[in-house]
Structure formats: structure tokens, C-alpha cells
Design a protein around this ligand. Sequence first.
Ligand code: ZN
Length: 142
Amino acid sequence: MENLENLYREVILEHYKNPRNKGLVQDQEYVTVHIKNPSCGDDITIQTKTLDGLIVDCRHEGKGCSICCSSASVLTETMIGKTTEKAKIVADNYLKMIGNKPYDKLVDLEEAEVYEGVRQFPARIKCASIAWQAFVQSIDKK
Ligand code: ZN
């Protein structure tokens, strides 16, 4: 169990140090959503581009703690290539898992599963949620 926790920590730190799909683009095709978490200074912007019901690109930019920034990076990798329908199911399930609510364990959260332990730390739940909430808003706006 301890090894598993170490692995989780490694994934989070790795995405924090080497974020994927970072940097916003100036492109009308993208929907941009910005969310702040005043309790810890997290400030995240998510951009998504959808085409024919498919998420073809997802970007993030911002600053914050390792949980917040890494979860934004993991989010983009998880969502690119998914249909918006599937992406919503995955995001909804992830947010339920983080928020300590019943969720469907059969939905594959891929790398995002590493945030499961966050729910033990109520102060960090928001950190792990805001990028994903911004993402859901961005696909709802489209
Ligand atoms: Zn935070």
C-alpha cells in the first residue's frame, strides 16, 4: 500500500514538473474557462477544442500547488481524443471520487485515479477539482 502511495506521489510530481499541453492558444475555435481557488492561490485556465463531438485539443495554463497544476496536466491527457459524451462521464466520475461521493468504479479514470487519496484531505479537494470543473464548463459552453 505504501508503494502504491509512492507511485501516486510520483505521477503527481512528474506532471507538476513536466506539465503536458501547457500554454494557451489564441484561437476562436477554443472555449476558455478560468477558475480560481482563493483558499490556496490556485488559478487555472482550461481551453478545449471540440470537433464533431470529439475533444481534439485541451490546454491549461495557470499557477498553483502541485495537486492543482498536476491535475490540470493529467486532465488534458485524459480528455484529448475522447468524445464529449465520454469526457463528461469521466469528469463527473472523477469529481465524485474526489468529493467523496459514490462513483462508478467501472469508469476508467486512467492516470487521474492517482488523485483518489486527495479526498482524505478536505482542504485539497478543491485543488484537485478546479481544473476538471473548468473543463466541464468548457464543454458545456460549446
Ligand atoms: Zn491548491
